[in-house]
Design a protein around this ligand. Structure first.
Ligand code: F6P
Length: 318
């Protein structure tokens, strides 16, 4: 193994840059050459290659987004696209590949591994829905962004004695909603994984008012319910002033937390070391205190479940 390729793919996540930096610097320290591939698998098919060295990843550990840019590639989903990608890698003399991203990225990486490319994946998605790793890069930053927003909304919610619905990201997973809701002291947390009863949500709002609480905060994962419609419904049924805030892509940007930078640094470095040690077709995941290799076949298509224990705790503390 002499030349390593690195790319970021799918939705971006704060900390991706720290992961790129760790991959490049670990590879350089181990005597490898590195090719950066722009725009994920789409850029791989198009041959968007750039030489990388220690200096090209200087000054990025604290930056959100990804210096390699990212994309979702429909062409790469098809076998012809994957075959083209393999040819491109061979033409560029890239012996192994590290892909940083979420589940879609992992599928692509697994396909390349099945075609004989020594490939590894690093989990980076604010959704934190990748099975086999305790955390994915970007999740901690996104949760902190959401909690900061909840804190601010709480101030105005109290002043006006309003009900607030705060919609956070998570089309199919409620990890951000659960953690942000728990840390933000939400009265109700609605996640796609657990059906909710509108009656129960309203009863909580009404009870809180009777107990002299001046506001209500309901955190809604985007995949659990459409917050605007739900807000109208709650306003109509409770007769309380209700407002809705959708946090949206603000959760995907910003400077990564120290936790995400350290996680990204560890995972990126481990991915290189594991490839050098002969592992193939794996994800560098966090399990407890350690970074371990997990076979991509065991990870792809499986979703990390939310913690029922924390969900119940949040309900008791609300
Ligand atoms: O990164 C994952 C995610 O943030 C989901 O929670 C969200 O639904 C989706 O990406 C949004 O993606 P896009 O950037 O394509 O709108």
């Amino acid at each position: 193994m002499q030349r390593l390729g690195v790319l970021t793919s799918g939705g971006d996540a704060p900390g991706m840059n720290a992961a790129i930096r760790a991959v490049v610097r670990t590879a350089v320290a181990r005597g490898l050459k590195v090719t950066g591939i722009a725009h994920g698998f789409a850029g791989l098919i198009a041959g968007e290659f750039q030489e990388m060295d220690s200096g090209s990843v200087a000054g990025i550990i604290h930056r959100g987004g990804t210096i390699l840019r990212t994309a979702r590639s429909a062409e790469f989903m098809r076998p012809e696209g994957q075959a083209k990608a393999v040819v491109r890698l061979q033409e560029a003399g890239i012996d192994a590949l590290i892909a940083i991203g979420g589940d879609g990225t992992f599928r692509g990486t697994a396909s390349l591994a099945a075609m004989g490319i020594p490939a590894a994946a690093v989990p980076a998605t604010i959704d934190n829905d990748i099975a086999g790793t305790d955390y994915s890069i970007g999740f901690d930053t996104a949760v902190n962004t959401a909690v900061e927003a909840i804190n601010k909304i709480r101030d105005t919610a109290t002043s006006h004695e309003r009900v607030f619905l705060i919609e956070v990201m998570g089309r199919e997973s409620g990890h951000i909603a659960l953690m942000a809701g728990l840390a933000g002291g939400a009265e109700s947390i609605l996640v796609p994984e657990i059906p909710f009863d509108l009656q129960v949500v309203m009863e909580r709002v009404i009870k809180a008012r009777q107990a002299n609480r001046l506001h209500s905060i309901i955190v809604v994962a985007e995949g659990a319910a459409g917050a605007p419609g739900l807000g109208e419904e709650i306003a109509r049924l409770t007769n309380m002033e209700t407002r809705v805030t959708i946090l949206g892509h603000i959760q995907r940007g910003g400077t990564p937390t120290a936790y995400d930078r350290i996680l990204a640094s560890r995972m990126g470095a481990a991915a290189v070391e594991l490839l050098l040690a002969g592992r193939r077709g794996f994800m560098a995941g966090l399990v407890g205190e350690g970074i371990v290799a997990r076979d991509l076949d065991q990870v792809v298509g499986r979703r990390k479940e939310i913690s029922r224990e924390l969900y119940e705790l949040a309900a008791v503390l609300a």
